[in-house]
Design a protein around this ligand. Structure first.
Ligand SMILES: [Zn+2]
Length: 241
């Protein structure tokens, strides 16, 4: 498999009816010919190119490889009436070269697939790390958050973060971002907000109607868990908000 593009020949797809200047056969319209010596049209059989197979343009990697593996190859050009120029249609290459190139590209596809899988794994790890860090941050800022709610958020939050990268994750852990996330969670789970929306209430109105409720829940979540879980408030360790 010597790589030698100097062997590249040119094959034309004719637009007019043509005839082979060697075997004298009528080739009809759209014949595939080569031009040899003084503009003589020669059919592929006479030019000894009829053993080559046609690989249409489009797959760059496959074309590059097939050409590299083919001792003999020919660029196929066709006259474009509209653009007034020859346009490349593809490549004639040896069948073995094409088979070899297809094999290499398939192996590549497998490699690409493996690379993609590894990248997805890394993203998943990032998500996992992010989930843990987010949960810790919520515990820190809202120690009174019920355990169930925390679990729910841990399940929900990473969806937002997916595929955004670690910089975004770091930003998402700042106090404001956590506050907004917690408020959204409270709105959806601790108030009739979703029912209001389902009932056709305008989003702004619905938010306005549950705002006080959201604020009240968040106030309790900001306090120590003991206070939230035991509103009787008899524990000596209870902190005040
Ligand atoms: Zn001929």
């Amino acid at each position: 498999m010597t790589a030698s593009n100097t062997n590249d020949l040119t094959v034309f797809i004719t637009s007019r009816t043509s005839r082979c200047d060697e075997c004298k056969e009528d080739l009809g319209r759209h014949a595939w010919i080569t031009l040899q010596g003084e503009g003589r049209a020669v059919c592929l059989a006479c030019a000894d190119l009829d053993h080559l197979v046609f690989l249409p343009s489009g797959d760059t990697a496959l074309t590059r490889r097939a050409r590299k593996h083919s001792r003999l190859s020919a660029v196929v050009l066709k006259w474009s009436q509209a653009r007034k120029r020859y346009e490349r249609q593809g490549l004639l290459v040896e069948e073995d070269a094409l088979t070899q190139a297809e094999g290499a590209c398939a192996a590549d596809a497998a490699t690409r697939e493996a690379t993609r899988a590894r990248a997805a794994e890394r993203r998943a790890e990032l998500d996992e790390e992010y989930v843990t860090r987010f949960a810790a941050r919520v515990r820190e800022l809202y120690p009174g958050t019920p355990k169930g709610a925390k679990r729910d958020r841990r399940a929900r939050m990473p969806q937002v973060q997916r595929s955004r990268g670690s910089q975004w994750a770091a930003k998402a852990l700042d106090e404001d971002a956590v506050r907004l996330a917690v408020a959204a969670h409270v709105r959806h789970t601790e108030t009739p907000y979703d029912d209001l929306l389902a009932g056709g209430c305008d989003r702004g109105d619905a938010r306005a109607r549950v705002n006080d409720q959201v604020a009240a829940v968040i106030r309790t979540w900001k306090c120590s868990s003991r206070k939230t879980q035991k509103p009787a408030n008899t524990e000596p360790q209870t902190r005040h908000c």
